[in-house]
Design a protein around this ligand. Structure first.
Ligand code: ADP
Ligand code: MG
Length: 364
């Protein structure tokens, strides 16, 4: 597959608000037609970075390129971007159609053409036939759709979405996530989503930039971020990661020899250490679903350790076990899918645990 051309390029972008260093050297590219997310905790600079694309925020140094063109000095209304705000910014006194057509009012299109364009945009977001409704009478999910239609009608190259789903309840949010993915595939333009919700980012994105304190900590596709986070901080922000202390014994020829508490001596591949790691104070990390509790008669396909169960949390479809491997000080979490006919184990039970060296990640 050929790589898609670059749509956005950040070149060492810095942004100060007075003395406050909000963006600290952002260098990254976003490809044409990509569903890209900026993910990070509140205050890390996601909105600021998004606004530098839109042109609502100037930068202190560096460059923001869109479609090969440096955006320095290019005002927001002359950029090929459009933004959907967290608050939707719907005009309540206008109809749905008037809201959607609002951005086109300067284009002075013939009435019939305007109506066609509005109709197309409404159909795209699943609001066909809603044009004459009063905007103030819409539900949260419908307002969100109107905001999307209003942005898409201008046919931007890049759609910018700042936490567009955060005001919706969980069910509606999950439904809108699926619809946004479908919409992005349909229109084929670049979507850039800001979210603090790691699950939302994993579900929706082709690639994700994880941000902390004005910097990109890791930029990768969802699977790489989840399987091979490059720092403990990224690992902890995305899902649950167990850690056990490890010592690096030797490194040569793309292999890393370690001794990990609870697991013993192991050889890892270099790609299992995506961040720099050396010497003491290292740790191996692993996700709760990469370990398996072995029940009567089952055998490990790879390695096996003994453990004691210290806590059991039953979730219906899943059970989370906190278990302490022999030779370790603190418990780790194992998640098991509950299947028919398999018992849920009790606290204090001794059990065998299956694991694989390939599922481990080495961190400093
Ligand atoms: N207009 C502004 N003036 C001063 N500080 C700001 C301004 N906008 C944002 N900040 C600060 O910059 C940091 C990043 O903000 P923001 O980009 O909104 O973060 P996020 O969207 O990740 O929550 C925060 O500490 C915020 O308080
Ligand atoms: Mg924000």
């Amino acid at each position: 597959m050929t790589e898609k051309p670059t749509m956005i390029a950040f070149q060492d972008v810095h942004k100060y608000y007075g003395d406050y260093h909000a963006l600290r050297g952002i260098t990254a590219t976003i490809r044409a037609g990509e569903f890209f997310s900026l993910l990070g905790p509140s205050g890390c600079g996601k909105t600021t970075l998004l606004r530098t694309i839109a042109g609502f925020e100037g930068i202190s140094s560096g460059a923001v390129m869109i479609d090969g063109r440096n955006m320095a000095g290019v005002p927001a209304n002359q950029r090929p971007t459009n933004m959907v705000f967290q608050s939707y910014a719907i005009f309540p006194h206008l109809t749905v159609a008037e809201n959607v057509g609002f951005g086109l009012r300067k284009a002075r299109l013939p009435k019939a053409e305007l109506a066609t364009r509005v109709g197309e945009a409404l159909e795209m977001v699943g609001l066909k036939g809603y044009g004459d409704r009063a905007a103030h009478a819409l539900s949260g999910g419908q307002r969100q759709r109107v905001a999307l239609a209003r942005a898409l009608i201008l046919k931007p190259k890049v759609l910018l979405l700042d936490e567009p789903l955060s005001a919706l309840d969980k069910k509606m949010r999950e439904q809108m996530q699926v619809e946004l993915i479908r919409l992005q595939r349909q229109v084929g333009i670049t979507f850039i989503l800001v979210t603090h919700d790691q699950e939302e980012a994993l579900v929706m994105s082709d690639r994700i930039a994880v941000m902390f304190e004005g910097e990109i900590a890791q930029l990768a596709d969802p699977e790489t971020l989840y399987r091979r986070p490059n720092s403990r901080k990224v690992a902890n922000f995305i899902g649950t990661m167990n850690f056990l202390p490890a010592e690096i014994l030797s490194e040569a020829g793309g292999k890393i020899e370690i001794e990990a508490q609870g697991f013993g001596k192991l050889t890892l591949e270099a790609e299992q250490a995506p961040g720099a790691a050396s010497g003491d104070g290292a740790a191996v990390g692993f996700r709760p679903e990469t370990l398996t509790i072995l029940f009567e008669g089952q055998t490990a396909s790879d390695r096996e350790s003994m453990a004691v169960i210290e806590e059991v949390v039953y979730y219906g479809d899943m059970t989370y076990y906190d278990v302490r491997l022999d030779g370790t000080e603190k418990p780790i979490r194992i998640s098991m899918r509950n299947v028919f006919g398999r018992p849920v184990l009790d606290i204090g039970a001794r059990t065998r645990v299956a694991w694989s060296p390939g599922a481990l990640v080495l961190f400093q």
